[in-house]
Write a protein that binds this ligand. Sequence first.
Ligand code: SAM
Length: 427
Amino acid sequence: MLYKTGFILKIVNTNHIKKFIQKNGCFVVGKTSCTFAAMTRWENYQGSAVKIITRYQGDLPLHHYLKQFFKQHPQMGSRDRKWISRLVYDYFRLGHWALDAALEERIQKAVCICEPGANDFLAAINPELNELAALPLERKLESLTINNSAYSAEQLFPFAQQLSAEIDIKTWASSLLKQPLLFIRVRPGKRTKVIDILENQGVDFQYLDNEAIALPQGTNLEQLILDKDWYEIQDLSSQTTMQLLTPKPGEYWWDCCAASGGKSILLKDKEPGIKLFASDIRPSIIQNLQKRLTAAKVSGFQTGVIDLNQGDLASLLPRKQFDGILLDAPCSGSGTWGRTPENLVYFEAEKIDYYADLQWKIATNVLPYIKPGGSFVYITCSVFAKENEQMVTRLLDTGLLEKESGGLIDGSAKRADSMFAVRFRKK
Ligand SMILES: C[S@@+](CC[C@H](N)C(=O)[O-])C[C@H]1O[C@@H](n2cnc3c(N)ncnc32)[C@H](O)[C@@H]1O
């Protein structure tokens, strides 16, 4: 803005303007009177958030989009980037509630609702809302309207009809208004070392059951824990799926939608004595998996690139049958929308059928490769019945499987993702 207003540079000392900008965020010229009006740092943040929300079309993950945006605006420092990102993420957390409202109103109310208390942005931009921001979430939701529209869970989350029966829409929708925590899984034998570091560095952490530790979002783990094989970043509910995995030494397991290998490492940590085959649909994904497993010092695994949406897989597999198959299926990801609230706004309900069809095809294509008596673990990070309970019913109807245990893993009260995981036994 400063550099467009060339004539100012002629009449005012440039250092003076630079100092002014550092303090206030920017500098504008009143068009008619030629008097100078200061745009505060906070107005600037709001302006940038409006720009981002207007331009973003949901076609790539929001964190990638923000990264690109900040790359194009290198003058923004880390504090600026953090604040602008917070405003944008809070905006999307409101889901479909009053999407037609003016962006500035919606951003300010989103910050009031989603931030845990009074904050510098609202103090500067809207002190009245800042007073409300200190109240408990329920009180804020009762007292606020956006563009004259009152809050309801169904307005925020219009897919209530599709939810798994165990999920209460009110609790679910309000859980989306809070940013989830960062969870790590401490690798075997590293618990004391990791906890010592976190304590010595004064990190505000919570040690949970098993190997899980909850940390505030934004904790810079890479700087804190230099040994990368001491922990894995893994959501709490994803860690909980470990309870269903029962690999025994010498068994041969197939992680058939392995992505970068989060569950492969989980399997190997649970039972290092298994042999593991990990596959996914694209070579680049498998290259990442190989790097990640090597960095995690995991050995004894083979990999493959396989599209499971096709019939005869036998020639692509390292053996005819496996003791266990883990299918962490491609899904709507709706159980993780607390972390990716942009999907709450851009998701189209027809996609649920697309994923359910794909999950069915993949599951029925891999079933022949499980030994009789072997395990089949089906996992999604979805909260939709069609991808979860209804898929279990369809799989049981094949007559090939018995359900052993599992179901919904509701992470909403723990500020974690929600997942669905079931272990079957092949008859
Ligand atoms: C939910 S992710 C798996 C996450 C992984 N298990 C983990 O713990 O990090 C689902 C994976 O399924 C893969 N996928 C999608 N369609 C596929 C197909 N037709 N055949 C094989 N894999 C597929 C995706 O590439 C994606 O990596």
